[in-house]
Structure formats: C-alpha cells, structure tokens
Design a protein around this ligand. Structure first.
Ligand code: CUA
Length: 158
C-alpha cells in the first residue's frame, strides 16, 4: 500500500504527540507522584460526625505540634462548615475537606485553592494567602438548588 510522504509525516507527528501526552501522564503520576487532590484517602460520608477529624467539634483551624496550620472543613448542602474562618497571611495552610452528601467543589478566588470534594474521599490542598483581606470560599460544582448560596467567609489577617 502506498502512503503519500506528506501523509506519512503527519502520521509520525501524531504518534509523537500522543507519546508526549502519555509520557507527561506517566511522569507526573509515577515519577513526581502528583495526583488529583480529591482522591487521596477514603472516608465514610454518612458518618463524618463520628470520625476523628470531621466531627462537628473538630472543624476549623488547628495548629499542629510542628507549627503547620491545618483547616478541616465539611462541605454539605448548602454550605462549608465552619461558616467563617480566620487565617494568617503568608503562611502555608493545609485544607482537608470532606463532603457529607453529594459532589461539591471548593474554590477561593485569587489563590491556587480549588478542588473537587467527592463524597467518600478526603480532599487535601495546601495554599498560602499572600495578602490580608476577606476571601469568599465558594462551591464550584453544581450540587442542587442552593448551590449559588454555598459559600463561607475566609478572613486573612497580617
Ligand atoms: Cu456545593 Cu455547589
């Protein structure tokens, strides 16, 4: 079978591009160990209130013994709990988020803070707030009629 030389060139080019995509996927997953932040660990969404980390009295901002700041958040129709948190500027903060019901998203504009919150999984993401101010923490996955009103307030202080 005869293949036109130009066509052959394009076939090779396409194969190279596919190879580059696959290499990028395998490199980030296997060598750099980078995975989506929403599929780190599993958790039972129906019994968050009984869990060590996501029980009602455990939610909010924690300073770990080594000085790192951790925030535990539950996303549930239609809000993030706690509704208001206060954090320091210029310090890395690790959020751990679990959904009590359906798929939600969590997003803080002007930061890298954005991940899906998949029921049954814990999402974890670390961010630093460069400037003091008030930031909205929004849901960016449609989760029902109250989706538009699903947000909490983050106050960043110097
Ligand atoms: Cu929660 Cu949209």
């Amino acid at each position: 079978m005869h293949i036109h030389p130009l066509e052959r060139k394009w076939i090779y080019l396409v194969l190279v591009v596919i190879g580059l995509f696959l290499a990028a996927i395998f490199y980030t997953a296997l060598v750099r160990n980078i995975h989506p932040p929403s599929h780190l660990e599993t958790i039972d969404s129906a019994s968050l209130h009984l869990s060590k980390e996501f029980a009602e009295d455990k939610l909010g901002v924690w300073t770990e013994p080594d000085g790192t700041i951790k925030v535990t958040v539950v996303a549930a129709r239609y809000g993030f709990y706690p509704r208001e948190i206060q954090l320091p500027a210029g310090t890395p903060v690790t959020f751990r988020i679990a959904s009590a019901d359906v798929l939600h998203g969590i997003h803080i504009p002007m930061t890298n803070m954005g991940t899906m919150v998949v029921p049954g999984y814990v999402s974890e993401i670390t961010t630093t707030f460069p400037k003091p101010g008030e930031y909205p923490m929004l849901c960016n996955e449609y989760c029902g009629l109250g989706h538009d009103h699903m947000w909490s307030k983050v106050t960043v202080v110097a």
